[in-house]
Design a protein around this ligand. Structure first.
Ligand SMILES: NC(=O)C1=CN([C@@H]2O[C@H](COP(=O)(O)OP(=O)(O)OC[C@H]3O[C@@H](n4cnc5c(N)ncnc54)[C@H](OP(=O)(O)O)[C@@H]3O)[C@@H](O)[C@H]2O)C=CC1
Ligand SMILES: O=C(O)[C@@H]1CCC=N1
Length: 269
């Protein structure tokens, strides 16, 4: 890109974006200003990536063409109070904060600042993120394109209306946590049967990778994929029966609904 990028709140998400964008060459270190609260963290970012890292955000925001907001939702209000008055015409703001509506950010920034809200997820660290963009009121195609380039550096990107973003957050934003929990449970089952933790982890991780590739790349329905594993009178159906008796499917749907509700609470609080 031409111009300057600011990443405000460079924690896990912000750092993953920073490292991905530098790796693909979308920006050079001298184009990037990062902000955090802690001086030690700022020093780490400067030493690791050769970027300008600061403990105040207002100057970084004022100097940038594109501003990524990557603080926790609970800290975003304070961050916006600090940087909003320093922003100016023509800037693009990309917020990755869960639950924070574009209209909340638009209210804290000058009239002609464009806002694009993003929900990404933690595989952003290995360039396998699923990111969903939702343009705000003033966002033009060019602003969405910038967001698409940034998130496209670290995974897949689609655009959806903002009213679907709390659901997206609960499914793909939080989704890796559900799959890690499932992995823990399957690894524990292996340990119960005397398989070493390392071997059980290998079994589970590669099984998840293989299954994920089939689901993503073969264009087949998950029911068909599951049926292809479930032999009549065989082993898998014995497990499926228990999962259905334990209402695992309903538990997942209820869990995602609870996550969506929490996103809505964060938005209104
Ligand atoms: N983790 C995940 O899987 C996902 C996270 N998200 C969203 O990404 C955002 C970031 O999450 P995550 O990276 O996990 O959080 P982290 O806590 O790792 O990072 C947040 C960063 O924000 C900094 N910060 C907080 N307040 C300020 C401020 N006023 N000025 C400057 N910096 C500030 C913190 O600085 P310091 O370290 O110095 O305290 C920290 O580095 C959240 O809004 C979350 O909703 C979205 C999808 C998935
Ligand atoms: O738990 C959270 O609030 C964030 C948003 C989605 C994933 N992690």
């Amino acid at each position: 890109m031409d111009g300057q990028l600011a990443i405000l709140g460079t924690g896990r998400m912000g750092e993953a974006l920073l490292s991905g964008l530098l790796r693909v060459g979308w920006v050079k270190p001298h184009q990037v200003r990062c902000s955090v609260r802690g001086a030690e963290r700022a020093q780490y970012l400067a030493d690791t990536y050769g970027v300008d890292a600061r403990t105040e955000s207002a100057s970084a925001a004022a100097e940038a063409d594109v501003i990524v907001l990557a603080a926790k939702p609970q800290n975003l209000g304070a961050l916006l109070d600090e940087v909003g008055p320093k922003m100016h015409s023509g800037q693009t703001v990309i917020s990755v904060a869960a639950g924070v509506r574009t209209r909340r950010i638009e209210a804290a920034t000058p009239e002609d600042v464009s806002v694009v809200r993003v929900m990404s997820n933690v595989p952003v660290q290995i360039d396998e993120a699923m990111s969903v963009l939702a343009p705000g009121k003033h966002a033009a195609d060019a602003d969405v394109e910038v967001a698409r380039e940034i998130l496209g550096a670290v995974g897949r990107v689609i655009t959806l209306p903002e009213d679907q973003l709390d659901a997206v957050t609960a499914i793909s934003g939080s989704g890796p946590a559900y799959l890690f929990l499932l992995a823990e449970a399957l690894i524990d089952a292996g340990i119960l049967f005397g398989i070493s933790r390392d071997d059980a982890t290998d079994l589970v991780a590669q099984t998840m990778v293989g299954a994920a590739h089939m689901l993503r790349d073969q264009g087949r329905h998950p029911v068909e994929l599951r049926e292809s594993v479930t032999s009549p009178g065989g082993v898998t159906i014995a497990a499926i029966r228990v999962l259905e008796e334990e209402r695992v499917r309903a538990a997942f749907i209820n869990a995602v609904e609870a996550a969506k509700r929490r996103g809505e609470e964060l938005a209104s609080g």
